[in-house]
Design a protein around this ligand. Sequence first.
Ligand SMILES: Nc1ncnc2c1ncn2[C@@H]1O[C@H](COP(=O)(O)OP(=O)(O)OP(=O)(O)O)[C@@H](O)[C@H]1O
Length: 680
Amino acid sequence: MELPADHSNLLPPSRPMKFTHAPNDLVLDRYTIRRGIGVGGFGEVYFAVSQAGKEVALKRIQRNLEVELRGVSHCLNLKHQNLVSLHDVCRDSDDQAWVVMEYVAGPNLREVLDDAAKANQAEKRNRFRPSKRLPSGMFESQVRHWFAGVSAGVAHLHSAGLVHRDLKPGNLFDDDGIVKVGDYGLSKFISASHRSGHTESIGTFHYMAPEIGRGQYGREIDLYALGVILFEMLTGELPFDGETPQEIIVKHLTDSPDLSRVPEDYRNVISRCLQKDPKKRPRDVAEMLSLVSMDVQQTPVMAEVVRANSDDRPATDAANDLESNEQAPFAQAALGRQEGGTAMVLNSPDSEEPIARAVRNTFADASAWWRALETSPGIKLVLAISAVAILLVNTHWLLPVLSMVGFFYVPYYVLRHVVLQLSEPPSYSPSNDNRSNHSQQLTSAPATPPKRKPTMSKAQVRALLRGGLADRTRLSRAAEWSTSGMTSMIVAGVLLLLSSVIGMRSTPFTPLALAPYVWMALVIWLGAFGLLGIGKFWESTEGEGLVRRLVSASWGACLGLLAFALGHFLMVPMDEGLTRDIDATALPVSFYLETGVPKAAAMMAHFALLFGVLRMWKPVDPLRRVRLSLWAVTVAVVGEWVVHQIVPVPQPAGMLIAGGVIVMTQLSAPWVKSDAIATV
Ligand SMILES: Nc1ncnc2c1ncn2[C@@H]1O[C@H](COP(=O)(O)OP(=O)(O)OP(=O)(O)O)[C@@H](O)[C@H]1O
């Protein structure tokens, strides 16, 4: 069924808007549809009236998007003149979810911007240009009016512990001179795992802060979007534009905005809001406004902003509690994360652990309930103290129970990671199937997918991926290191088994005969584990670098010492292979015994030299060309043989260790498949 739509100019003429309901349809038993307004990413929006005649806007959420009502009451109870009121979220008899909200008759900022651009064009043609009109075609007073109103609405959301997440001109309305912010909270309540039919319009990406790609949804993302909107209102252009979402994303991550067309007074605020690092942006809306040469006390709206922020709660923290990490459309597009969460380019392996998720959701529910609790601060304090007292009184059984839970949970958690890492190798690479799904999601006409032309060079993609790697938290790096360490331990076990079975096939099985194999497996594992750890610091930048060689050499020296100590402990004969091709009498006495057995110094020098000569950051680099390069293994073995000519160590153990470390490191280190470039 097709209806005329109010905002038809927002869609290409070839795609008429389709609405499920026709005028006069009765929905939710009490609203009569008058007309369809528009179709957005989440569903259709209608203008409707209740039986008593109240005008409302109804948003019909797409059938395949599951609406999570947890915490929605927090949004429903927000009241502010600069926010479009949410009246209700309910289901009809077909279990279809609907959002009932205030109807705003006026235009949205997208339309205002488009009209202003048209007016500007017409004036240019007529060679008439009023002095106050900005390059965008808007008047400066108009820009300030919109910016003030939107800021006030956003400040109120932040003070209530909410982050909008989807600020863009299409979501900002002019209601008879009052600016209203709409669509807040919605993206949060639509479960990411059920958004398979949802296609992000390209417009959405223009306003997305770079950190959204990392699943960060602090209020700084709203300040970033406000900066983009202000830029657009002032210049009529977007600071970061491109033909595809990917191109826009890369610009958000790497480019600086061109502020030359922005009037002087607004450059500072825009440049601060568009900082890549959220910490460098204004702390809150009040600080942002203080950067604009506006008198913040002058208008009632401004006074409201100041008030809202002065009794501001720590919105970022609260919002982060509330915000789940579920939705990262930017991340999905930028880093290849797939619906259903099977493969992602820069995935934290613990992101979807079901028990942790359930606990987090419970805490989110509890904190949302606590915030929504309408009672005096005194009663809240009494409740909080009582809860703490109850916990303290029950520690005698709570602590043992929690310890037991931890006792079983931690090994399960670790095992799950290891299994996931092993069962879905490479953990960093999107599968082909997922990739095709993904391109469908990003394409508005899936029937005839347009030919993709390469919009990014390999260097740009690497920069994008490095950017993502650089911004990961220490905790996620540490978690990944430990997971890689576990994986390498398993690989070491397999190596030990294979090598000992092959090596001891004709000798009797004794602990002494097994010792050299155990020694080698341990040294290989230690070497790889150290390199994996150091690699976590290297992964965010490309490079050769003397520092890297020195760090590798230092780790090589440590490994030599460990190898020596372990050799002694396991009573491994350390002179084998030395006398065969090297004259023991010619060896320096400070490094070798008279029998040719290497001392600790020789082992340290050998591995330091080896690790300093080889480029040890290559096998740990997630962006290496192939996951397991046999060429790298060959180079390591030959390199070891060359080093052996200078500082000999037992052979063939030395060569096996060198090759083994490179194999194990490559197998255990995360890896981005090179053709992920096509996806990104
Ligand atoms: N409360 C409202 N009153 C009047 N018009 C509205 C209201 N809410 C949305 N609209 C209009 O309905 C149309 C569709 O809105 P919707 O929010 O679904 O889409 P969007 O904002 O373009 O995309 P998305 O939902 O993906 O962010 C837009 O033209 C919007 O201006």
